[in-house]
Design a protein around this ligand. Sequence first.
Ligand code: SF4
Length: 319
Amino acid sequence: MPEINIAKNAGFCFGVKKAIEIAEEVAQNHKEPIYVYGQLVHNEKVIKDLEDKGIIFVEDINEIPQNAVTVLRAHGEPGTTYQILEQKSITKGKNLNDATCPLVTLVHNVAIKLKNNGYEVVLFGKHNHPEAIGTSYHLRGKGTFIVEEPEQSDLVVDYIKNNNFEKIAIISQTTMSVYGYKKLIDNINSKLNDIKFEEIPLSLKDLSQKYGFVDTICNPTKQRQSGTEELAKASDIVIVVGGKNSSNSKELYAKCREIGVEAYFIQSEEQLQKEWFVGKQKIGVTAGASTPDYLINDVADKIKDIIHGKKEGFAEIKI
Ligand code: SF4
């Protein structure tokens, strides 16, 4: 009998959960419109549910009216966001509810400390990701050197060779691939003769080494990635559920492909196709940090329906 297994730690991370709770609570306690700057979570269905609760999402900060009750998402904002909001009389302790995840704030603090201790900081992340933009603000702003893929290690090597930096540190966006980060560092080290990047502990107590990297991928991301890896190795097919723009969901999909399991990246159960499941016995479902439990369950239920045309007679195990 085919079985459906759901990956350990699939779905919402605590940072995203908290941000949604904050937005819902603020909306409940205010009669006037609530503004959220940027996508609170990279998931269209969740956004639609929140819009139905009276929350207005804006991509352009200029659309937030003067004095409006405002929520900032978990990804972390550049200082300029707070400055613009302050000009609109939107401030913390008054009408600004900041849902920045503490683990993103930690990365900002790491970036600032490294910079203040003379390091040129290179960021492993996605150029247009809000978290990378927020972290870059604390470094060189738009001039921060961002590397997106381990295969782009040559760019980092050239950057190092073409500049006379005294100290260089590499940090990562919280949602990047653990494997990808390691591969990037290995690739860089293999291309430099006299320089070797070694880990600087996250405590940053000793900042005497000239070249180093700090492991700033957050624990929920690591746990989700290892849960998916375990699942992919034990499955005939894996369905990855996540928003189109969700960086960590794309990483999960890439991980499954890398392991060699048949995998599909979908946003909701309507995209499932019957032929994917023909002859499959071990069906895995995983989801990125922006996917709510109900969506994971909807996908699992639809798979049951596809295979049996009914929901009974199917073993479902949460691993
Ligand atoms: S992915 Fe990690 S850093 Fe980002 S919101 Fe979730 S817990 Fe926080």
